[in-house]
Design a protein. Structure first.
Length: 317
């Protein structure tokens, strides 16, 4: 069984820029392959791993589900990877071709050319990857700061994104809660298991057991990439609150949030109700990462929404 990947870390309005600056001097912890990953069909005929050569560099993608089903694209947040969605994917593939992308600098993708981690650049990489996969229309879901990438993609490529699903994506900088997790000095990387558990604790509801597999995965992140991505998210969010962006877009949107979120004020997700037609729903008993804490309920909500915005078959993979 594939262990869950590191939880996405949303930007802190005061600390993200400092984290990015400190991380620039920290040692890099690479975890991308030295050579492109070949297509892997050992698990199922309809499952495939590949590395795509993009303008931003080599990016790893994972494809699951029927090749002729509508495309559902899943975007992870910072300090995470495509594997963050692993518990959810088997619940989605009966009706969708699920496309997961390791954003540049994350998971098994190479660092972006020029080191640019701006949200708009991450979105451009996702769009180019979908072009190469032959996906011309898709529902796009983002968890945490991955939601900013999904929204930026819809802003940049409105014809590509039929609908958006935002999972615990903070609406504005003022909604962020004081950090409960223990910070880690990038100069002391790699940290101990205890430090990593403290670092990840606020990504889940109180009492959620953080497994050793997750601790081990967190140790493999690129600390420079985490800081830079958080800084990019902060810059994007600081320019305009997400609900305002969505009002201007007019793209159908579902907003899911754990009502025990310890990183964003749960009440702040009501801000999304200002978006005409927005489907805003709580995932009861979950924290910041319902895609791991309650995948069944999260998948059911996503599927019901996606069924309203089916786009036909996708040639992905």
């Amino acid at each position: 069984m594939t262990p869950p990947e590191p939880p996405a870390m949303p930007p802190h309005p005061d600390a993200a820029a400092r984290t990015a600056a400190a991380a620039a001097d920290a040692p890099n912890v690479p975890n991308a392959p030295d050579t492109p990953v070949s297509a892997d069909r050992s698990h199922a005929e309809d499952a495939q791993d590949a590395v795509l050569a993009l303008d931003a560099g080599e990016v790893h993608v994972r494809l699951d589900g029927p090749r002729d089903a509508p495309a559902l694209v899943l975007v992870h947040g910072s300090a995470s990877s495509a594997g963050a969605w692993s518990a959810l994917v088997p619940l989605l593939t009966s009706s969708h071709r699920v496309v997961r992308i390791d954003l540049p600098g994350h998971g098994s993708s190479g660092e972006p050319a020029g080191g640019d981690y701006a949200v708009e650049e991450q979105a451009a990489a996702v769009g180019q990857a979908l072009d190469l996969l032959g996906v011309d229309r898709a529902v796009v879901a983002g968890h945490s700061s991955g939601g900013y990438t999904a929204v930026a993609l819809a802003e940049k490529r409105p014809g590509l994104v039929s609908a958006l699903v935002l999972v615990n994506t903070g609406p504005s900088t003022g909604a962020y809660l004081a950090p409960e997790s223990a910070a880690i000095d990038p100069a002391q990387w790699p940290p101990s298991d205890e430090q990593l558990r403290g670092f990840a604790s606020s990504a889940f509801r109180n009492g959620f057991r953080i497994p050793q597999e997750l601790v081990d995965e967190l140790r493999g992140i690129r600390i420079r990439a985490v800081g830079a991505a958080m800084g990019g998210s902060l810059a994007y969010l600081g320019l305009k609150p997400v609900p305002d962006r969505l009002i201007a877009l007019g793209t159908p949107v579902q907003v899911l949030f754990g009502d025990q979120d310890r990183r964003w004020r749960p009440a702040s997700f009501a801000d999304y109700r200002a978006v005409p037609g927005a489907d805003v729903r709580a995932v009861p008993g979950s924290g910041h990462t319902p895609i791991i804490e309650d995948p069944r309920r999260t998948a059911d909500l996503m599927l019901a929404f996606a069924a309203l915005h089916r786009t036909g078959g996708s040639p992905a993979g």
